[in-house]
Write a protein that binds this ligand. Sequence first.
Ligand SMILES: Cc1ncc(C[n+]2csc(CCOP(=O)(O)OP(=O)(O)O)c2C)c(N)n1
Ligand SMILES: [Mg+2]
Length: 785
Amino acid sequence: MLKKTSADLDSLRLLEERLRWLSAWTIHNANHLRPSPDGLKVGGHQASCASMTAIMAALYFHALGPNDKVAVKPHAGPVLHAIHYLLGSQSREQLENFRGFGGMQSYPSRTKDKIPVDFSTGSVGLGVAVTAFASLVQDYLLAHAMMPPEEAGRMVALMGDAELDEGNIYECLIEAYKHDIRNCWWIVDYNRQSLDATTAERMFSRFDEIFASCGWRVVTLKYGKPLEAAFAEQGGAALKRWIDECGNADYAALTYLGGGAWRERLLKDAPETKPVLDARDDEALAALMTNLGGHDMATLVEAFDSAQDDVPTLFIAYTIKGYGLPFAGHKDNHAGLMNPGQIATLREKMGIAEGEEWAPWAGLGGNAAEAVRALAENSRIARTKRERPWRQVDVPAVPVPTGEEQSTQAAFGRILLDLSRAGGGLADRIVTSSPDVTVSTNLGAWVNQRGLFRRQELADVFAAAKIPSAQKWGGHQAGQHIELGIAENNLFLMLAALGLAGDLFGTRLFPIGTVYDPFIARGLDALNYACYQDARFLLVATPSGVTLGPEGGAHQSINPPLIALGQPGLRHYEPAFVDELALLMEEAFRLIQAPDGESVYLRLTTRSIAQVERPDDSWKAGAVAGGYWLREPAPGAEAALVYSGALAPEALVAWEALKDDVPGLGLLAITSPDFLHRGWSESQRWRWKAPPRDGEGDRSPKANGGGGPSHAEALLAPLSPTAGLVTLLDGAPASLSWLGGVRGHRISPLGVERFGQTGTLGDLYREYRLDVNAIVEAAAELFLD
Ligand SMILES: Cc1ncc(C[n+]2csc(CCOP(=O)(O)OP(=O)(O)O)c2C)c(N)n1
Ligand SMILES: [Mg+2]
């Protein structure tokens, strides 16, 4: 960061104007100039952009270093693109195609935008919180010597003030404090307007207290330098008093009404301000009253310069929503668009000739243009996207735990323990995390081996006192488990940040998060957010379903398989046997680092079941692809039982019971309803359309290897066209009932559609019709009909 001279500040001000202009013009072009064949409003947020242009100019053209990463307030996306346009790293075509097909995205997107976007944003609050977790990931990598210290940077969130209403901010704040995160800046665009209206002031005096009590430095940028100077004038003290007492709605309304209204109101409320008012005409008065800290370049530069240590810092930058635009301060301006007359006025005010709207430095005199260009070029931010992949890790064969009766959950713990003991590149890159269910999801043995991650040593008090405990709970810099409090949303943000370690810091990690299956729903938007930006991780959700038995309905999950079925970027596997689990974990590690890979969700259970004998490995390819015949059907068979996960024993017993009565009865093991379904839909798409090429946004793995019948079609092909299927899953039956549509087979889907309750497995399987009798009855109805 270079010291700024007053000439530099002038250049920064011109850059701010240019960003305000280009973001407004980009949105205007998309809404008013580009043809709209479908008549839909295109949209965009000129007011939200103008609110931040000074903050972003000061940040990108002054404060940011090459290793800093930024989550940009979603509605200020056009400002980020305008910055890259000025730097030559964004094209005019992309700006002209804002919100168009293949054009720059409405909200910054890591995967879809052509410019480097560090964190996608859009669902407000999440982009803010993920920066805190990214700081933690950076601390982790530094502590493990997995990135060079000189490549460390600051994680920055540019946030709207309404984002402070999102609960995830506070969950994250608490976790960040516990982990003593460093190098994180949150910069609030404090325009005191949300989408609907101006926001209530009552809460605002509390934010600094909340952040300060969580260890943050709070820097408030309330007044710009000219306003501060005016406070020193005669009548200035009264002016300051009046401003400080003024309500948000009042301030916004007066901003909209302009200089005359300010004068009238101030004279009425605070006549002592008269000397300040008399010294200015209406235009100068309006400029003075809107000279808030977040629009004042000198104030911003000074504030950023003053926070150069690693203390997490909240900047509260007072701003005006729609600053410098005709609807500045209007409570309805969130989605407001300037009309053609208004944009022309703005263009003229900025000295840009008609036809020169896209010219980066139009209207600037030679010297000014040169100075501005030079200052912009000094920006140290990355101009291009970081290439994938980085430093691939060899994935060894994942060991299969031995034992005649096992549960997938316990086996998961064993596998991690065995991987840890064996050591090697993969084990060293695994990072686990769990929201207070580390022990109850069987991560305990792994944690005993690898330790908790803490920047500062955390003593294991119980161990030191020689109190017997199965669990070591000491933390240190080499630890590989990030302990979280019980806030599932934080787990998904943690996984998002860990899963982006390669993109952000150049080192791929293999994050594994564990959670109880029903509580996935608690963090669903954060999970979607992680997938949307192509973070890679393994989510292990256990226990699941009514198979959880005595824990009852509040803990028994029903719909997560359907969630997975509808979630792009996440592959659901539900193994029944532990050799499947080992294979699928191996596949998950492969997918985590494959350029066209994705994240994996394993739905596991605590039910211990007898393992099956395998004559050979021929089942494996099918298991990875989503399903395989555990008992092959005879060609032309009229029936098959289809099961997924923990209900394998019931399916096997029912198969034994029926096989003599139903000739050629098959038993189909479905390891992934989700991936099978995807392959099926993809094969239909293939017939009509080539799949997207690399770099066109869709990097998800091709479930259907390219053309031909899908795996689901191939699996069901041996059956008679008139065959019936009984499907069985401990969860929503719709997860498998679609199989009836693949080849038009009759179907009887068994599963859970009512809230669960306490009971033994026998009670519950009987009650929810998941037991052998239910399967036999369903089969009889279908096959013997
Ligand atoms: C989770 C979520 N809920 C709702 C929205 C719709 N929404 C978009 S912006 C916004 C409020 C914006 O206010 P603020 O954060 O203060 O930004 P400003 O535009 O004022 O800078 C809302 C409710 C959203 N994007 N995400
Ligand atoms: Mg706001």
